[in-house]
Ligand binder design. Structure first.
Ligand SMILES: Cc1ncc(COP(=O)(O)O)c(C=O)c1O
Length: 394
């Protein structure tokens, strides 16, 4: 027996590979999950949950209404029928890909970008094509529209902002330009905004600020600090969500009932939970400022091209990832060999005692960079930064 072609060649992700055989006292700045305690409004609501029945396929109507209310803004009202609650935003992505991506078509994904996007495209028999970001890791609308011009068989375009792994953002102008280009071509635009609530200085722009088209993703996993609930959502036109609901129902029937109850409890407490999460994030960025300020100006190189760029990067303080350029000569050596960035990350793991994720795990344009997660406990972050910092000294 052989597994189906759609899963052939899918191996262990380089993110998981970094933690295999890690020395015992390694500090882990690899995993992308919040390290502050989950607010107790979630567990309290789950314990009080009245039913363990299946419930509606479309989830508890009270949760759907709460997501709609939470996602509505003065500029854009979200109706309950525009909400699809899923088993994490990962399941929303899976369902949308299965529903809208034709075999043989192309899916445009950010490079560097979240590792699931290319995998999900391949599982549909489609080809993921990476589009470049700006040197700061932000959305570069012109580069994306140029990639669309080169890929006439594109079925879906995926944006992610604040971005994993670069922390980059998307301006309202860039979002409008991309939304118009996708609408002209009849391509589905998916805007993954699961880190949107984790901002330090100002709220990042959303696709919804400029367009009612496309699908916006949100999640309980980041700002609500509850990734184990596995609750996320997709917001969009009911006709766009309808085929994705079929896929999601076939896969899960409905998200777990206890998780739905906990998610509802957290959403009802959003006015306390979200400012507290932003405070957690602010403290972590300040820890970088204090312990390794040079990391915040480390980008003297255009993303992945290996050449010196005289301008240093502007690091956006949103989300919980620091996109760290390797110091020279390590950076140059890492860019010269496709396996070089992973080799440096493994060296830092084994010699400095810190797990980070090699930039190439997120696409070839991640060469020469590491993703450092700031999400974990502050004392762990501080120790990890102290161990790494000497490698960046001249
Ligand atoms: C950019 C991005 N999108 C989606 C997800 C999936 O999150 P979840 O399924 O927990 O909502 C992640 C998880 O790390 C992510 O980084």
């Amino acid at each position: 027996m052989r597994p189906a072609t759609r899963v052939a060649g899918q191996g262990l992700s380089p993110i998981r590979r970094m933690s295999l055989d890690a020395p015992a006292d390694t500090v882990d700045l690899g995993l992308g999950e919040p390290g502050w305690p989950a607010p107790d409004a979630g567990p309290r609501a789950a314990v009080a949950a009245p039913s363990l029945g299946y419930g509606p396929n479309t989830s508890d109507p009270a949760l759907v209404r709460a997501v709609a209310g939470y996602a509505s803004s003065p500029a854009h009202d979200v109706a309950p029928e525009q909400v699809m609650v899923t088993a994490g935003s990962q399941a929303a992505l899976f369902a949308l890909f299965q529903a809208w991506v034709e075999p043989g078509s192309t899916v445009l994904v950010p490079d560097p970008g979240f590792v699931a996007y290319p995998t999900l495209a391949r599982m549909c028999g489609a080809t993921p094509v990476g589009y470049p970001l700006t040197a700061d890791g932000d959305l570069d609308a012109e580069a994306l529209v140029a990639a669309l011009g080169e890929q006439p068989h594109t079925s879906m375009v995926v944006l992610n902002h604040p971005a994993n792994p670069t922390g980059g953002l998307a301006s309202t102008q860039a979002l409008s330009r991309v939304a118009e280009a996708c609408a002209e071509r009849g391509q589905l635009l998916v805007s993954d905004e699961v880190y949107a609530e984790l901002w330090v200085d100002r709220r990042p722009a959303s696709l919804r600020d400029v367009s009612a088209a496309g699908v916006v993703l949100g999640s309980m996993s980041k700002a609500f600090a509850a990734p184990g609930l596995r609750i996320g959502w997709a917001l969009g036109d009911p006709e766009v969500l309808a085929p994705a609901r079929l896929v999601h129902n076939a896969m899960t029937t409905a998200p777990a009932r206890l998780s739905q109850a906990a998610a509802l409890g957290l959403l009802l407490a959003a006015d306390e939970v979200l400012p507290a999460a932003r405070e957690e994030i602010r403290v972590r960025w300040e820890t970088v400022d204090r312990v390794a300020p040079e990391f915040l100006t480390s980008g003297h190189r255009l993303l992945g091209d290996g050449h010196q760029n005289p301008m240093s990067r502007t690091v956006t303080r949103a989300g919980f990832y620091l996109w760290l350029a390797l110091p020279e000569p390590l950076g140059r050596a890492a860019c010269a060999d496709p396996a070089g960035t992973e080799a440096v990350a493994l060296r830092l793991r084994d010699e400095a005692g810190v797990t980070t994720i090699p930039g190439t795990a997120f696409g070839p344009r991640g060469a020469g960079f590491l993703r450092v997660s700031l999400g974990g406990p502050v004392d762990v972050l501080e120790e990890g930064l102290r161990r790494l910092a000497p490698w960046w000294e001249e």
